[in-house]
Unconditional design. Structure first.
Length: 343
């Protein structure tokens, strides 16, 4: 094992349908990053096909690593450690990133560290300027997860509430599919919603007044299905339903996030995950922040979806706290609770 200062971290993200690669320097910050999305390939099937996702990661990872090294004007031997997504995610996709990361680390005689995908999202707003300071509340909202966390430091996370069924991003995507929109549906639904009439349809706000910080979106999806069966889906009707679906999801997310701040007494809210790019969510949170004297932090739009920068950054923070891993045996965790990971 080299005697390392662990300055330059290579990040590899391959948990689902995006191959993300990045180089993060402990002193100079993010040097370069690249991302390949498989959205066009999976669009033909209306959703992610795991086997195709895995095969595409195999084809993309090494060329993207070379691309990022070139952008940063670095050589392979300059890398001091490798961070890869260990879980949660698709088994085959995770295996691609983990095997490449550990094989490269072995060849270079440097440490490799497996990163929790959700921790990467959770910490990604710290890459922005200004960045939040610990402690803060994080709304982690994506296609697979909707959670409210109290974040007191790196690895110090307390779950306050989570979805009991569908995640918010899943509700976006499934509603979009019911409206005949292409994959990934969330951004397409948000775009269509801008042409919708606000008052035509009123959809339920599940668990809005439940008195806790949990979520539920499966009933909303069913309500959207009911509307699509009750009405002829001309262009305006589709836009009106999209508007109603987005409004319902966003209202619940904003209300629960503000309740979490009130219950904890904290004044900083971090939004992480792909749904964090939604402009209605951002505008309503920003308006609430101005009214209530709180601060809301978002990742840059390019870092809302899965990306290598968040993995490289999380790896850098973890390596400041713990001794480098000296072995290169690895496993993956397709299902991995964030609090169990912390413990």
């Amino acid at each position: 094992m080299k005697n390392l200062s662990l300055q330059l971290i290579l990040g590899i993200e391959s948990s689902c349908d995006e191959t993300g690669i990045a180089l993060y320097h402990q002193e100079r910050g993010l040097l370069a990053h690249a991302l390949h999305t498989q959205a066009a390939m999976h669009n033909e099937y209306g959703g992610v096909v795991p086997e195709l996702a895995s095969r595409d990661h195999i084809q993309r990872a090494l060329p993207l690593i070379r691309q990022v090294l070139g952008q940063a004007q670095c050589e392979m031997n300059d890398i001091d450690a490798i961070a890869y997504t260990r879980g949660p995610g698709l088994s085959g996709a995770l295996l691609v990133g983990a095997s490449i990361g550990c094989a490269l680390a072995y060849a270079l005689d440097i440490p490799a560290i497996g990163i929790h995908h959700l921790e990467g999202h959770l910490l990604s707003p710290l890459l922005s300027d200004p960045a939040p300071e610990f402690p803060f509340i994080a709304l982690l909202v994506s296609g697979g997860h909707t959670q409210l966390m109290r974040v007191d430091g790196v690895g110090r996370y307390t779950l306050l509430g989570e979805t009991l069924d569908d995640a918010a991003g899943e509700a976006f995507d499934k509603s979009a599919k019911l409206l005949g929109l292409s994959y990934p549906g969330g951004p397409e639904l948000a775009k269509l919603a801008t042409r919708g009439q606000a008052e035509r349809f009123k959809l339920p706000r599940p668990m809005l007044h439940s008195g806790d910080l949990d979520f539920s979106f499966s009933g909303l999806k069913t309500a959207v299905l009911t509307l699509t069966k009750q009405h002829s889906l001309d262009d305006q009707t589709r836009a009106d339903i999209a508007h109603a679906a987005q409004a319902a999801i966003v209202e619940v997310l904003v209300s629960k996030a503000l309740s979490a701040l009130k219950q904890t007494g904290l004044k900083q809210l971090v939004i992480a995950g792909g749904v964090g790019a939604n402009q209605r969510l951002r505008s309503q949170l920003n308006a609430a922040a101005e009214r209530k004297g709180i601060r809301v932090f978002y990742p840059a739009l390019e870092f809302c979806t899965d990306n290598g920068a968040m993995i490289a950054f999380a790896g850098a923070l973890r390596l400041r706290q713990q001794a480098p891993q000296k072995g290169y045996a690895f496993d993956i965790k397709p299902r991995w609770d964030l609090q169990q990971f912390c413990n």
